[in-house]
Write a protein that binds this ligand. Structure first.
Ligand SMILES: O=C(CO)[C@@H](O)[C@H](O)[C@H](O)[C@H](O)COP(=O)(O)O
Length: 219
């Protein structure tokens, strides 16, 4: 007697059988995703003036002693951390470390606030703790509707912090709450996030230029 030792994982047993995807369909899915990115990137020049102005304003605020706070959920949490990493570390060239904090990075504060006050408060409470007049909150949300990001924006406004939003298509609740916003026209969350990452880098380019950061002189 032979025993069938193959075991399906519980999730596979619990769901309907999925028809296999043909390789040509899979290639089309990937090609469509990349085409959507190229199309959205082709429209991204429309955001250049705002991001360039943000870079100059951020340089002015950093020179006056301000801080930057960033927040978002999921992929947008990663975008927030990407931005603060470039600021505290460096972007293309050496410069002074710039004070910036991503609110999803403090797991102890995050879990304590979520546990004690609810998930909607995880960013707002930290914005109230850290934010001072003149600081900037960069709030990332592809939908522009995440309650914890909206609460962070409200807390920022109450604290005298300027709220700059990066969202998907607008108008949306976050663009309405923010002092300034870039609402990216793109068809999916993933493509919006990909354009947001380009805008993070564009902001760093504008900021470094406004701070007078130069490439090293090669002898
Ligand atoms: O990265 C992705 C999808 O690409 C997801 O993790 C996504 O970030 C999460 O669903 C977020 O909760 C979406 O929140 P938001 O961007 O709408 O504020």
């Amino acid at each position: 007697m032979s025993l069938d030792t193959t075991v399906s994982p519980p999730s596979a047993r619990a769901t309907e059988p999925v028809p296999p995807v043909r390789a040509s369909d899979r290639l089309a899915l990937v090609t469509d995703h990349l085409a959507a990115l190229a199309e959205a990137a082709g429209r991204a020049g429309a955001y250049a003036a705002t991001v360039s102005a943000w870079g100059a304003e951020l340089a002015r605020r950093y020179d006056a002693g301000a801080h930057l706070i960033a927040c978002g959920n999921g992929g947008s949490a990663a975008e927030a951390q990407h931005l603060t990493g470039e600021l505290v570390g460096r972007f293309r060239h050496d410069r002074r470390p710039l004070p910036a904090v991503a609110l999803s990075a403090d797991s102890a504060a995050h879990t304590a606030i979520a546990n004690d006050y609810g998930f909607d408060e995880v960013f707002a409470r930290q914005v109230t703790a850290w934010g001072r007049p003149g600081d900037v909150l960069v709030a990332f949300s592809t939908s522009g509707t995440s309650p914890n990001v909206l609460a962070a924006a409200r807390a920022g406004r109450r604290a005298g912090v300027s709220v700059w939003a990066l969202t998907g298509p607008g108008p949306n609740p976050l663009t309405a709450l923010a002092d300034e916003a870039v609402a990216v026209e793109a068809p999916t969350t993933a493509t919006v996030q990909e354009i947001h990452l380009s805008l993070v880098h564009a902001l760093c380019i504008a900021l470094d230029d406004a701070l007078g950061v130069q490439p090293p002189v090669v002898a």
